[in-house]
Write a new protein. Structure first.
Ligand code: UDP
Length: 241
């Protein structure tokens, strides 16, 4: 019997989480550390989907900020997420964890092309599915992609791994008076304009009643604790319990 409170989950990691101490790119040791932790979740009976951002390599807004073409920049950003997803897929496969990489933009020589049905089949067969290229559209982020895929995969929760242990009223690193929320609703996050994920991601998860769990990559709470409903995190749900 599984003791998981959240069994089918989508885990969103930012691209920056893969950098480690580097200023750019992918630190293989860090990717392998995540792969090991994901392995503990799979062993515990979790059904896992992954979305990894691309900020460690490229962000479209940085092109636009310098007067460049935003859409091309976003295409480059989406390609960055493909690189990260492939790196994670390899690390998981090397540990014997069955993994499939699916892209929102067709690149059949490199990975599978996303369709909801094929992705569900993979998840139902116990494979870890890594969704890359975000939503496949410019002007979106991988947070929106994560929310969309969490809905399409009928996930019990979206796990958002961050640098801090939950959602605060302001950045706790610069504002010592920031209030931390244990529980909060999707609507409150949107209304208060809290900078956790973009509004589109919150709107999709609210609409589909998918809880969001925000937790830190840097404290004692493990991903497994979170799936068991234990440890320190902020739970965003339809009703603040
Ligand atoms: N991106 C996009 N559409 C999407 C997802 C991502 O255009 O649906 C692009 C966008 O340029 C973004 C980049 O990919 O800046 C990397 O994604 P994101 O910023 O979400 O990565 P993270 O901050 O999570 O590392």
């Amino acid at each position: 019997m599984s003791d998981l409170k959240f069994k089918r989950v989508l885990l969103k990691l930012s691209g920056e989480a893969l950098m480690g101490d580097q200023a750019f790119g992918i630190d293989r040791a860090i990717v392998d550390k995540f792969a090991a932790e994901i392995g503990t979740l799979v062993d515990a009976g979790a059904e896992l989907a992954l979305v990894i951002g691309g900020g460690n390599i490229f962000r479209g807004v940085s092109v636009a900020a310098k007067g460049g073409n935003r859409v091309v920049g976003d295409h480059m950003g989406m390609l960055a997420t493909v690189m990260n997803g492939l790196a994670m897929g390899e690390a998981l496969s090397a540990r014997g964890i069955e993994t499939v990489v699916m892209s929102a933009i067709a690149m059949p020589e490199i990975c599978e092309t996303f369709t909801q049905r094929a992705a569900l089949d993979h998840m139902n067969a116990g494979r870890v599915v890594i969704f890359v290229a975000g939503t496949g559209n410019p002007y979106f982020t991988t947070d929106s992609g994560a929310a969309l895929r969490a809905a399409e995969m009928q996930c019990d929760a979206l796990l958002k791994a961050t640098q801090v242990d939950g959602i605060y009223s302001a950045d706790p690193k610069t504002n010592p008076d920031a209030e931390r929320f244990d529980r909060i609703t999707h609507s409150e996050v949107i209304e208060r304009g809290l900078a956790v994920m973009d509004t589109a991601a919150f709107a999709v998860t609210r609409e589909n009643a998918i809880p969001i769990i925000v937790f830190s990559l840097h404290d004692e709470t493990s991903m497994l604790d979170v799936l068991r409903g234990a440890g320190r995190y902020t739970l965003v749900s339809a009703k603040a319990e």
